[in-house]
Structures are given as C-alpha cells and as structure tokens.
Write a protein that binds this ligand. Structure first.
Ligand SMILES: CC[C@H](C)CCC(=O)Nc1ccc(S(N)(=O)=O)cc1
Ligand SMILES: [Zn+2]
Length: 218
C-alpha cells in the first residue's frame, strides 16, 4: 500500500455536543486531506471526531488486538470528497468514509489535546447540549508517533451501521489518564434532570467473515 498521508488545519471554536451516546466534535475541514494507504486515488476530508469508552479501563475500545481491548478509542471520521458531494451521500457507499481509530492507554500523563475536550464536558452534561471549544484544536496531535496501522472494510459502529467505512486503526495507542476517562463517564444520556451516565458506549468487535485485514508498518 502507498503511504497514508494526512494534513489537518488547527481550528478554534469547534462545536462539541453531547449526542446522548457520548461527545462529538463537529470539525468539517475543507482544508484537510487524508489520502494514500488503502484509500486509492481519492481524497478524504475530516468531518467530525468522537470517542468510545467503557465503565472501567479494562474495556472501551471498539477494536481489539489479539483479543485485548484498550480503555477507549478515538475516531476521526472523514468522507470521500473526490467521489461524493456530501457526507450523507458518501455514507451510502463502501468507499464513502475513512475512519482513523486511535487506541487509548491509561497512563500518568494526561493528554493535553484530550484535556481541551474534557474541560468543556461540564457545560454539555445533558443530551443535546453543545458548546464551543475555546482552545485551538489540531487533530494531528491526536495521532500516535508510530504510524503503523491495520486496515479493513467495515461499517459504522452505531446504527444504521452502514457498510461504508474504510477502517484505519493505528497500532500504537496514545495515553490518557484515568481522571480524563472518569470525566467522559460523567456525561448524561438524558436531556432532563434524570441522570443516566454514559458509562460505556463501545460496540464489541463483530466477526471478520471473509474480509481481508491488511497492515502497514510505517
Ligand atoms: C447518514 C450518514 C450517517 C449515518 C450520519 C450519522 C453518522 O455520522 N454516524 C456515525 C458516524 C461514525 C461512526 S463510527 N463510530 O466512527 O463508526 C458511527 C456512526
Ligand atoms: Zn466511533
């Protein structure tokens, strides 16, 4: 496979919202480009990023490596702007979306970029609430230093689970702290006063079936 290349913009005032299933940062970046690797000749553009976690740090990732789960997983969601006119249209095609998955390992040093997300969560405690992240966010800082990855053809991991995703999962995790994950679990799944915490929002891996998994050791 050709090398995967990416270029992102740094943006401030990105909107973060509580979807009821977790937090999501809307980051449509016309100036961003993800290309190469398993993506053929097409260019993919960043649309949003979000993450998945578990009720303890023993679980939380949506992919597992030889059966081992990580404490969480960040998803940078891109869509094929070479072939399609909109994100929604791209989501109807097998090569429509490209999602970069980055595993979370729990460690002692907190991740500064994730901290910019965590610092806004008290303002979006309830489903439907949103706020702007004052800090400048550079998606490149979410990526690990080692750029080796696995890739396969898959789907959205939440309904409607469209089979429209070229998955690219980095082998090397990034480090977050237990405190940062604890803050994720304080988000509420409901809009009212009732508190039902979003303690876990990951979908377990599904059978590979006859799909090929490829790897690239950048
Ligand atoms: C109509 C297009 C699309 C259904 C609109 C909603 C959407 O964007 N869903 C979505 C996006 C990413 C993931 S994941 N977790 O990265 O696989 C899961 C679900
Ligand atoms: Zn996801």
């Amino acid at each position: 496979m050709k090398k995967l290349t990416f270029a992102y913009e740094s943006q401030s005032d990105l909107r973060i919202l509580n979807t009821g299933h977790g937090w999501k940062v809307e980051a449509p970046q016309s100036g961003s480009r993800l290309e190469g690797g398993p993506l053929g000749e097409d260019i993919y553009q960043l649309e949003q990023f979000h993450c998945h976690w578990g009720e303890t740090s023993a679980e939380g990732s949506e992919h597992t490596v030889d059966g081992r789960a990580y404490a969480g997983e960040l998803h940078l969601v891109h869509w094929n702007t070479t072939k399609y006119q909109s994100f929604a249209e791209a989501a109807q095609h097998p090569d429509g979306l490209a999602v970069l998955g980055v595993f979370f390992d729990v460690g002692n040093e907190s991740n500064d970029e994730i901290e910019k997300i965590v610092s806004t969560l008290s303002e979006i405690k309830f489903k439907g609430q949103f706020t702007d992240i004052p800090d400048v966010i550079d998606p490149t800082t979410f990526l690990p230093s080692g750029l080796g990855y696995w890739t396969y053809l898959g789907s959205l991991t939440t309904p409607p689970c469209n089979e429209c995703v070229i998955w690219i999962v980095y082998k090397e995790p990034i480090t977050v702290t237990e405190e940062q994950l604890v803050q994720f679990r304080c988000l509420s799944a409901c809009s009212g006063e009732a508190e039902e915490f979003i303690v876990k929002n990951y979908r377990p891996p599904q059978p590979l079936g006859n799909r090929a998994l490829r790897e690239c050791n950048a």
